[in-house]
Design a protein around this ligand. Sequence first.
Ligand code: ZN
Length: 503
Amino acid sequence: MLINVQGLLNLILNRTLLNMSGIKKLCQSNKKIITIITSLTLLYTISACTGIQTANVDYFADNGTGNSLAIVQNPAGIYHKGITYVSYQGPFEDPYIASYNHKTGEWLGPFRAGTSELGRREGRTKFDNHGKPTLLIDDEGYIHVYYGGHGGDKHHGTNTLGNIHHGANKNSISKRPLDITEWDEVDNISVFGTYNQAIKMDNGDIYLFYRHGAHRSDWVYQKSTDNGRTYDAPVSFLKHKRRTDLDAVDSWYAWAVKGEGNNIIVGFDYHLCWDGRAEPSGRGHTTERHDAHFMSFNTQTGEWTNVQGDLLNMPLNREEAEQKTLAASTGDMWTFNGSVKLDSEGHPHIATNYGVDLGKKTGGPKLTHHLRWNGSDWSQPTTVNGKISGESRGDFTVSSSSNIEFILSDNDGTDATITRWVSDNGGKSFSKKDELLRRPSSTFAVSSLIENSHPDARLIVAERSRLTPHRKIYLVGDNGPLGRLLQDATLEKDSSVFVSKIK
Ligand code: ZN
């Protein structure tokens, strides 16, 4: 009889051995099964009956929670002096940080780096998922993590730059340089923030970009010149504004990253934030978003410009954006913005996801597209995986104006895949290079590409299943995932108890 040993073992590991006590119980009750598996597999060895588990798994943590990762919280991982530091949303929407030493192959952590208000809120009916962390390492080596905000809560008072929802945007700093084991929670940024993007300039100045509140809020940055100990007051750069022609409010989603020299570049899309009852199809408030925009911020002069170098009035409003910053009009298609990068000529490339509105509150599935500025025009967006519909997310690098490499979260039937796609013709077409990870009956959530990434650790991936809120978290590089011992990847899970929505 043929036995798929690895499949059987995976099944047992995944379904049964959820924690250490589970392993011990299984051993006590079924020593024969363990003995058979041990003798048949080369990949795993289990000596659990003696109290020691040495099975290898290809994830590094199993306590990711809800939607643990997204591209907008940028960066969620940083490679620095031989070590990759990674973060994700764990139990009670708290930030968890782990590190991988590329020389020794050793993992450290994960450690809980702070306490999220989101996970302790009274009346929770579901995960909020805005606990996802963003990392930064300052010039003295202290690690900063920003997390836990979804616009601020009622008890925080009035948001002068927009509206509120839940949580508190917070900052934790490692107690010691490059040491993730202990953290101080510091009160130095606005609690109203969400979608943090942390940028360190060459002179050490830190810029924290985020949306200052819930949907109907400005996007802002806060600047620090003392290694992130204190920050100047928030400065608006994208303006929310009630429309006079529709019962809706202008809103935005942005993604900011260091450009060349003193510049920060920003890609963004437009959210038409309907008053619930006014939405034309009767869906109520939706995630209707359109188009792709680009602009650039000179941190020395304080000037914002479009791709042609024309000055922009700040904070930018919709009317001026439509005139000056539009890179792609997506028409009736709904968007979900992605990342933006500069090529070796200093020209921006944009990743954005869009697809047909199928009538859901979120429209429909959205495919990752690439477009670029060639010095005089924006190119027509191209789908990276060549499909005409479906769902994908991903981030990319550009080594020259013509060489582009995407890592995509995609699906193949009911399998979730992480695949690498390359273009050598400036994004006119992409070809699949290799597959880095595949899991059956699941979907993947991905981080943006790790800052300054090592080839063995390009991005962080969460494996999502409808059956459980607990997520296996992978660190994936050009050679696939970097695993560890089962016992070290087996962690205490979320135990949230939600209030029923039905009263
Ligand atoms: Zn809205």
